[in-house]
Design a protein around this ligand. Structure first.
Ligand code: MRU
Length: 364
């Protein structure tokens, strides 16, 4: 059975509680925007696309339950805007929720202006728009995976047993509607019989690599080796890593990319070893309103995530802690390219490539 981070049908939304993985597979109902906000902030659900999907679907749920004005079109547009503003405050770095919120406001405003539109029709069209996001994310990921796999196979010498990759954090089914972004590239290579092995980093302090990616790769029978974050440069040097593929929370116009803390040091190590470094970023993670990485807000999380692991004390609890959840990889270290659903682009080409395809908006 395929792993699913999100289970949705009209009137019902449940998320796989990722705090409990890999020990327990437990789905939790999400019945309101406020509950989605807590699930996102506490990282029961995480990963830039999954955050956006759960946020928007929680709004669809409220609309389907008749929340908001019943017959006032303008009031309904205002209600949608207000609920999206609440959701936007849950976590600041990932672009996707802000992007989708912006589109949704636009959809709501445009349809509200239609002649003779009723609040009921508007409500239905907003719900339908949100429901369409699940299939779109899955389709975008499959396209992104195929582009990334093709590029890697063209770029690196492919041994008979396939290529060896390294990935960070979790960018798979658990972080998206399905298939995954960077892990989608891994999956696409595996499906083509061209993947020898993927090394996945543990991804301290939250262990998305150990708890989630390793679990997902085992679940899907993809050959994988778990390493400590501190073993990554050694794996590049001694274990034949041929390309690094990571996800993105927000890509700025110059290609600078915010992703899980530790991504930057992987890019530095990859440069040292001459290993191509790829960022998998659907256009929904690209924010062309920001010139560069210094403009990206980087979330800092509670120190307790470093000092404690599931209640076990790993460090003096009163030690001063700096716990940034993300870092920025400068565009010049993204030597493989930025892989989108439209193709693989050099960081310098990204803005133009997205603008040409009408996907260049962004931001909160
Ligand atoms: O803090 P998280 O687990 O939400 O961070 C996730 C990442 O950094 C992912 O690489 C990113 O969101 C892309 S997921 C397709």
């Amino acid at each position: 059975m395929a792993l699913e981070a999100i289970r949705y049908r009209r009137g019902s939304l449940a998320i796989l509680n990722q705090l409990l993985l890999p020990e327990q597979l437990r789905y939790e109902p999400v019945a309101s925007v406020e509950r989605a906000w807590v699930a996102i902030r506490d990282m029961e659900v995480r990963g830039a696309p999954a955050i956006a999907l759960v946020g928007c679907l929680s709004l669809a749920l409220e609309l389907a339950a008749g929340e908001g004005p019943a017959s006032d079109v303008e009031g309904l547009v205002a209600f949608v805007g207000e609920r999206l503003r609440v959701l936007a405050t849950a976590r600041p770095t990932a672009a996707n929720l802000g992007r989708e919120a912006e589109r949704l406001r636009e959809v709501a405003r445009r349809r509200a202006e239609g002649e003779g539109v009723t609040a009921e029709a508007l409500r239905e069209s907003i719900i339908e728009h949100i429901e369409g996001l699940l299939a779109k994310d899955l389709e975008d990921n499959r396209r992104l995976g195929a582009h990334g796999a093709g590029d890697i196979l063209r770029r690196v010498p492919v041994p008979p047993g396939g290529v060896t990759l390294l990935t960070h954090c979790n960018t798979g089914t658990l972080a998206t509607a399905g298939y995954g972004t960077a892990l989608g590239i891994v999956r696409a290579l595996h499906e083509r019989g061209r993947l020898a092995r993927v090394f996945c980093t543990e991804t301290r302090p939250y262990n998305q690599g150990g708890r989630l990616t390793a679990f997902e790769l085992r679940h899907d029978g993809i050959p994988a080796t778990l390493i400590a974050d501190s073993a990554a440069a050694a794996a590049m040097c001694h274990r034949g890593v041929q390309a690094v593929v990571v996800g993105a929370d927000r890509v700025a116009a110059n290609g600078d990319t915010a992703n899980k803390i530790g991504t930057y040091q992987l890019a530095v190590a990859a440069r040292h070893h001459g290993v191509p470094f790829y960022v998998a970023a659907p256009s929904s993670s690209c924010d062309m309103t920001l010139a560069g990485g210094t403009d990206i807000v980087l979330e800092e999380r509670p120190g307790r995530e470093l000092t404690h692991l599931r209640g076990l004390c790993l460090a003096p609890p009163d030690i001063d802690v700096w716990n940034p959840a993300f870092d920025v990889t400068p565009h010049d270290l993204i030597t493989g390219g930025i892989v989108t659903e439209w193709g693989v682009f050099a960081p310098a080409e990204l803005r133009h490539a997205l603008a040409e395809r009408g996907a260049a908006a962004g931001g909160q």
